[in-house]
Structure formats: C-alpha cells, structure tokens
Design a protein around this ligand. Sequence first.
Ligand SMILES: [Zn+2]
Ligand SMILES: [Zn+2]
Length: 305
Amino acid sequence: MKANINSFSTRASSINRALDQIGDKWCLLILQEVFWGVNTFTGMLIGTGASKGVLTDRLNWLQTIDCLRKDTTARHPVYHLTKKSIELYQNGLMAMVWERTHFSSPALDRVELIHNRCGKPFWPVMQCGHCDKTVDSRDISFKPGPGAGTDQRATKTRRRSATAAQSSSKTVYNNLINLLGDRWTANLVALAFHGLKRFDEFNQELPVATNILADRLKRLVNEGVFSQQPYQQSPLRYEYQLTDKGRDLFPYFVTLLSWGNKYCGTEAGDPMLLMHKPCGNPMQAKVRCDQCFEVLVATEVRFNL
Ligand SMILES: [Zn+2]
Ligand SMILES: [Zn+2]
C-alpha cells in the first residue's frame, strides 16, 4: 500500500509514541477483538467492520511492531497477542470503565467481568502503587524526565474508512475508539491533561492545519469531553477545559503512557515523570480488582458478554 509520509517534530511523549504504534482506530478495534478472543481474519472482519484491505494493512502493521503473532499452523490462520500487546490489556480495561461510566447500550450493560483470583464479579480501578489511593487526574503533577526533548516523527496517510465502528456484541468501547481513534483528538485530550487550554497552545504543539484543530476542538466540546469558556471578548477567544467526563479518560492515557515508556522508549529515558501528589511518590499506576485489590492480568479475567 502507498503511504504518504510527512516528517515533523513534536515534544517527546510516550503517549504520542504509543499512539503512533497502536492509536489508529482500526488497530484499536483489532486489539479489542483479540482481547475478547476473536482472532481469525473473518471474525475480525465482522467484529471491526473494516474492509478487507484495511484489515490486511493493519494486521500487517501490528505484526511489524510485534503486537500480533500470526499462527499459520491452523487451517485458518489465527492471530495471537504478544508479550508487548498483552500489556495493553489494562488499557482496554480502562477504556471499558470509561465507556460504561458515560454510555449505555444493551451490549455494554450486559458485560460482567469475573476475576478468577477472587471468583467475584468486579470492576477495574486504578490506584497509586505506593499509597493505594484511587488515581484522580487532579492529584498528579508532571515534570520533564531524562528523555525530555523532541521526537522526529512521521505521519502516514493511510487508507481510511469514514464509517464509525460497528457495534458487534463484543466491542464494548466503540464510543471511545470512535473518539480517540482519531489521532488529533487523542493528542488534544493528552495535552489537556498537561494543562494546555488555548487554541494557540494546542496549535504550537501539534503539526496540524488550524481548520482541523478547530474541528477537533468543536468535536470534543460536542462530545462533552471539553467545556468551552471565553477568556477574551474582542476578538472572542475560548479556553478549553476537561469536563468530568474528559478527566475520567485519565486512567486510559496513563496506561498508554506506561506502555509507551516500556515499549516505545529511547535510551534517553522517560520523557516525562508523573508524581502522585497525595503521597509524594513517582506515580506507579496499578489497575486492580475492586473486590480483592489484586493487580489485574489478562489470564485471570473472564467476561460474560
Ligand atoms: Zn500515591
Ligand atoms: Zn478480585
């Protein structure tokens, strides 16, 4: 497939590096399917609503970055998670928590998670690994880490489809994927967690045309993730702030950031350090069962869908 590649530099960010690898809507949908055990080409075709071309392209990409492994010994090839992608499982759980908190659908409301360790239905919670307090985005401070600087990145214009994610029985965080599977929208939310508020501030950080930036900000306001307040009257200018619904996306981004630190890092070290203000320790987010408070791992969770 032909891809137009444009090169640009942005502030080094593990979230951006993670999004470069798996932040595309179709990659997120494919990984979601594999998390729930759908791992054949046909199964994913139905589950994601992707065209064959797009699905083939993204499956190849996910293998290139070592997030899927193709097993060709079966009559129909199946795709398995790797060590790298299985660690995105907590990211999927956090996506599901956000979706369930802010949306309702029969499929979503039916989902029950069972923790094999304690045998109980549970809900995932994100806690600080030091003080066990539930993580709230307002309790986190950020400072540049040893790997702070700029990243030279490439943006690929890949084959896209305008269709929204399908609502198959197993896709339980489609609203999140439809929103954050758009690259610029995901970047804007991540920057908002770093305290950016104004059009000009976002514009400085993102190599994107101003009309696209304005469109994505409007979308985030319409979706209730940002609220908009005027800070200047003539000309009229707005500040954008995360709403409660927006702040609730923090655990999703924290899991992406941790994964990006681990799998998309450079020798320079982490670009950014997070501090948990209530205990004063570096933030080590743990995704735990709200019944027994053990850390959740993919092999110990089952779903009733
Ligand atoms: Zn803490
Ligand atoms: Zn448990």
